[in-house]
Design a protein around this ligand. Sequence first.
Ligand code: AGP
Length: 615
Amino acid sequence: MCGIVGYVGPLRADEVVLEGLRRLEYRGYDSAGIAVVSDGTLACVKKAGKLINLESALAQESLPSAHTGIGHTRWATHGAPNDRNAHPHLTQENSIAVVHNGIIENFARLRHELEEAGYEFASETDTEVVAHLLDSIYDPALGLAEAMRQACRRLDGAFTLVAIHANEPGVVVGARRNSPLVVGRGEGENFLGSDVAAFIGYTRNAIEMGQDQVVELHPDSIEVTNFDGSIAPINEYYVSWDAEAAEKGGFEHFMLKEIAEQPQAVSDTLLGRINDEGSLVLDEMRLSDDELRSIDKIVLIACGTAYHAGMIAKYAIEHWTRIPCEIELASEFRYRDPILTRDTLVIAISQSGETMDTLMALRHAREQGARVLAVCNVNGSTIPRESDAVVYTHAGPEIAVASTKAFLTQVVAVHLVALYLAQVRGTKWGDEIRHHIDQLASMPSKIESLLETMEPVRELAKSLVDAQAVLFIGRHVGYPVALEGALKLKELAYMHAEGFAAGELKHGPIALLEQGLPVVAIVPSPQGRSVLHDKVISNIQEVRARGARMIIIAEEGDSEVVPFADVLITIPAVPTLMQPILAAVPLQVFACALATAKGFDVDQPRNLAKSVTVE
Ligand code: AGP
């Protein structure tokens, strides 16, 4: 998620904005820039890389002393992380500068319309469309805020926008839809930020912008309107957090913040995937339909949590496309001398895009002639750069070492890949694909409502602070969820935790069971009298018969499991293949709460790195 800062007041705008961007560095980014209004024009400096690159550039070509300015740290979505794609984006005449957080879904159509009108684009970003759109609308008599309202009414997607105009010194305009924007009210000065960390060093009086609203800032006034121009109420609050807490959005840990961001992350990963004709489209899918139709085998490679997403992908891809799928730990892949041909598609799943095990496996696959598709969260990282195609998850930066929102968006992304393959190869009709996409689109609200029921899970975790081990069992896509639940507990609470295919218990692991041992079972949907459901019930009875403490994750309304549950955690009803998107959430909360109860560092667990860049 990008960082945004706006300022208008008596101080030097470039200094205030740069300070704000420093406070937003935690959000993760790959380029940064600042623009100010000075003497009837805009001055702008922007650089790829970290803020130190921007500061070096500013030392060489300093911005003029100005009192109106905006700044941005970019987490790339559309367009590689380079100087050209860095924000702010300006119009050709340097009259308007815009910074943006989010995804403009209909940017391609608007870009075409603006190019037809004679506008020339300097970047690959969706944001630059907004700069030229504002320019095409702007009327000096009505002002930048009105131009912003009219422009926003033409935009689809999720966006926070902040803009300045060369002819309007002392004015900063902001707008938001499905992406955060906060106003900081000062004394004779006012601020905008993607979160309060941007201005908390100057003021603690904040105004949270509402959905579909525009704000016009002057040094001594703040006006908030709806997109239709009607005046919107201002809800001001006092920020009591310190700077560090502000970075975590008021959460105790980044992991908790990122668990809470999952509805938005899933929603952003789904944005812009359906075109005007109702077909599924995937960004940077540089493999042709003919190449995809020639695929006769798929091999998924990944590590850790990403590997569990790959296990789920195998079920979805084989079910929807009938293409044989293998799932392989990246660190094992190339040592088993895999059989790869030009018609093999290797799918490399990686949040960071820098995991060396996965990168080396990818390189081996390409040496063997296979085509490689990356599923990645970091635009422009090594793994997508070395792949033939990429589908980006739009989870935003994941700071905590334990992967949460990246996992859910990986599962969503691999569902999209499976549906895309089914669409290209004709194994599913368009209406079937749209039905699945609609079901995926209902997941953010289901995750949101599920997150509101997690208090019993936190209480359960505290009650197990002295447990020596926890086992997890599941079948079908519940099995990778069991593995993921165990991994979360291992890496956060440093406990022995193990996941099993529920049917495998009787082949040995059941010997581990003893009185009171906590066992978590992920129960498939009972819809349609699923044989899977009955099998897992049988496994639960095997476990209970040996005195284990049964913790059951099951679908709301599944009455059959109630008699067997010492603790019952319910999740909304969803199709079987999508259940991991919900079932993983209580397991994330459980592991985080248990680690917290043990007093461990949840965001930076011992011995672990966020990106394992060594083999
Ligand atoms: C998961 O919580 C861990 N942080 C780890 O297993 C991680 O998923 C694995 O190292 C793969 O990382 P990647 O997705 O960045 O490639």
